[in-house]
Design a protein around this ligand. Sequence first.
Ligand code: KIV
Ligand code: ZN
Length: 530
Amino acid sequence: MTSDVVAGETPASAASDRVLIFDTTLRDGEQAPGFSMSRAQKLRMAAALADLGVDILEAGFPHASPDDFASVHGIAKSVRGTRICGLARCQFGDIESVARAIEPAEKGRIHTFLATSPLHREFKLQMSRQQVIDTAIAGVRRARELCDDVEFSAEDAIRTEPEFLAEVFSAVIEAGARTVNVPDTVGYTTPPEIAERFAWLRANVRGAEGVVFSSHCHDDLGMAVANSLAAISAGARQVECTINGIGERAGNAALEEIVMALRVRGERFGGATTGIRTQRLHAVARLLAQTTGQPIPRNKAIVGENAFAHESGIHQHGMLKHRGTYEIMRAEDVGVAKSQLVLGKHSGRHALRERLSSLGHVLDDAALDDVFTRFKLLADKKREVFDADLEALALGHDPEAAGPWRLTSLHATSHVGASASASVRLAHDDGREVSEAAIGDGPVDAVLRAVSRAVGHEFSVAEFQIRALSEGGDAQGQAAISVNHGGRELRGQAVSTDIVEAAALAVLEIANRVERITPALPTVSTANAR
Ligand code: KIV
Ligand code: ZN
């Protein structure tokens, strides 16, 4: 790994207009309940984020578990063109894990954090002010021995006494930190307050002129994006954010909203700009939604389905006369596809590759062959293949999500006024074949029971959703299921033209994940890393 700060990538001075986008979708976002991703899914998201142009990609918390370590390491090994970062508590073991995990990266960063607020010092850390300073210095020094690019975060910075925060930042800058991050860990601040805090810190921290000040806002009061923009106005030159604003509790600041606010209203934020390829925003947002099975709300700014829809007659009339009457940015600028209807059974491999690539799925030849075969099968069943169908096919190409269990046959019936019944036959990679039957409140319920009986895992269903991916009676159905198993929430999803089969495959995905990752589940509490 080389970790030199790349020219143009790190404009340390607030006088520069360029704001670094630090994406934490795969760390702060992924740790939120309902948003967990497999290793292959994180790798695919990381490739899409690099393609989007994020400057720093926080890939995970390597010391949290062997699986987290492997994800960060895998991303560092294969994702190019962006700086790969890993999170560490201010403890040598954590810091050394990050250094090992990001070792193969083209450019790497160690991000270490320690809480500084009185509440955290007294009740969580039981540390005096001096102990906090000493621990922060020791952590940053160790990190600098292992990597040139070190970021220090003062957890709960907003509720920290400003003078003490300035003391901590001055100390870590002297110890070698290049970025100092001011997290609003509990989403408590307001735009005027955060702007005032950044201006004050920049004037009172020793060595401020040589480092990047960063904001990290949570959305508990719905102000994460406004607060991040206010921080930029007051000199922050890095913002930490996530796609679709995912993150624990109410989430983190939404990347796409910050980026487009700067693009559309840059003059209100000192002319600040980013290096994001905004035309990729829509594809990446959809990729995340499909991957996690958490749909984007229709009215979500920038990437929601309604964001560029003008239903009302008055609006349409105005738009026809002049787009500017009701439109402040163009759909094309954020990559909203012009046409939804794409391919049919006569379409070729080349057209498929082109369309997938415009949707943000860049596949190698082997993956494309696999998707093309499944596309032809689907096109035989369905007359028209829509973008959402193609996305589902591309996302279905997940070698890690395949097996060990496979569904080889499924039969379900429902009867008015009586229980439904289902029988399934499953094959395991180790050669076992199991058949099971069950009755339930409906065919989907019966099939879920039959599958869990066959795989031998007790799942209690917390949430179950079926939605049509596109239009028409032959639309594919996407089943998303969330179950509680062994005290954890696990999600699975699958797509089929038959919704009962989609439900069976979704629960099978969960069963397979349980078999594959159970030994590698988190061993270290990450509760203080939000
Ligand atoms: O919200 C927070 O304080 C964090 C830090 C670990 C940066 O996520
Ligand atoms: Zn956070």
